[in-house]
Write a protein that binds this ligand. Structure first.
Ligand code: NAD
Ligand code: TDX
Length: 332
């Protein structure tokens, strides 16, 4: 049993991780989360109080972070500003949270000699052409495109420097696009599902040819646990489940599962600098740590996700109107 400090545990992937830890381990969890527009305490509802403690606070505030890190065995750092579209309109919070927040956390982990795991994204590697036979590996050079991905790249480099210069006991994982329950309705898959539930046509950026490499959030969680348990300190592990799909195919799948004509969507203005394709080679994680994904059937994963959004309207409705109003302003 270990005491885990999970930053961003009221967000999409962090809350899925907390549920996964409670179900599959005997670890104790403290969640540190600022509850920005993207954080939702309802995502942690029903978890046992003797296993999960919640602290509201900012990771960039050393006075909050320091005692929590001191009282933990492992810090797992999910908290971030996470949405590319937001970063194109208001980059500043991305620097404050993703760069300064990570700096404050690794300073505390260094001071107290704690194991640290940094959650990052495949977007730090930039994008691939549609017909490129290569996929991202741990050796791919960093080449981020957006304010979001450049701040994530910056945070990864800080962690690497703290490992080398100060002996920080850290690992890093870079995962591909996640889907599943508790994802904010600003993101692609929940936006389209909740649009269809509201009688709004799904919105595809540009031609919809862009490819994302989808993984279920539970597979991301099991990979992170494997890295914490068996990963080599100082190493980076890519996490992916061979789930490449273009956006048009995903929208058609959602529409079909929801009983609509497969072409009942609109094309809207493209995202500036829109990355064309992400694809992960997760051989290192699989070969070294024996990890493999369990939710490999995207079709049934999407069906279960649709059911979750249909049955949990109280969870997402409060955010929906404001999210769509923002997109309408942006022509998206
Ligand atoms: P999210 O936006 O759903 O959740 C982020 C959480 O962090 C929220 O609960 C928010 O309140 C909290 N937070 C933000 N700023 C904070 C601050 N200053 N202090 C404390 N808490 C703060 O994001 P997500 O999609 O769950 O992503 C989680 C992590 O996983 C991020 O680091 C992201 O870069 C990474 N990641 C995401 C994906 C994906 O597909 N969503 C893929 C790979 C990696
Ligand atoms: O309405 C939409 N229509 C559309 O076509 C939205 C919201 C998105 N898209 C496209 C843009 C992308 O090609 O769908 C794809 C996925 O978009 P997002 O859900 O915004 O994800 P992405 O930009 O790929 O980034 C995600 O994966 C990597 C997460 O948001 C990041 O936090 C993570 O690092």
């Amino acid at each position: 049993m270990q005491r885990l400090l999970v930053t961003g545990g009221a967000g999409f992937i962090g809350s899925n991780f907390v549920h996964f830890v409670v179900e599959h381990t005997d670890h104790l969890v403290t969640v540190l989360d600022k509850l920005t527009y993207a954080g939702n305490l309802e995502s942690l509802a029903g978890l046992p109080a003797e296993r999960v403690t919640f602290v509201k606070g900012d990771i960039a505030d050393a006075s909050v972070v320091d005692p929590l890190v001191a009282a933990s065995d492992v810090v797992i750092h999910y908290a971030a500003e996470s949405h590319n579209d937001n970063s194109l309109h208001d980059p500043r919070p991305f620097l404050d949270t993703n760069i300064i927040g990570t700096y404050v956390l690794i300073e505390a982990a260094r001071k107290h000699g704690k194991r640290f795991h940094h959650i990052s994204t495949d977007e730090v590697y930039g994008d691939l052409e549609l017909d490129d036979p290569e996929r991202f590996t741990e050796e791919t050079p960093y080449n981020p495109s957006s304010p979001y991905s450049s701040t994530k790249a910056g945070s990864d480099l800080l962690v690497r420097a703290w490992v080398r210069s100060f002996g920080l006991q850290a690992t890093i994982s870079n995962c591909s696009n996640n889907y599943g329950p508790y994802q904010h309705v600003e993101k692609f898959i929940p936006r389209q599902i909740t649009n269809v539930l509201d009688g709004i046509r799904p919105k595809l950026y540009g031609k919809g040819e862009n490819v994302r490499d989808w993984i279920h959030a539970n597979d991301h969680s099991s990979a992170v646990l494997a890295i914490i348990e068996k990963g080599r300190v100082g190493e980076t592990y890519l996490i992916g489940a061979d789930g490449e799909k273009n956006n048009k195919d995903v929208v058609e799948l959602i529409l079909t599962h929801m009983g609509q004509p497969a072409d009942a969507y609109d094309h809207v203005v493209d995202r500036p600098g829109h990355d064309m394709r992400y694809a992960i080679d997760s051989s290192k994680l699989r070969d070294e740590l024996g990890w493999s994904p369990k939710y490999s059937n995207f079709d049934s994963g999407i069906e279960a996700t649709i059911t979750w959004y249909r049955e949990n309207q109280d969870w997402w409705r409060p955010q929906k109107a404001a999210t769509e109003a923002k997109y309408t302003e942006q022509g998206q």
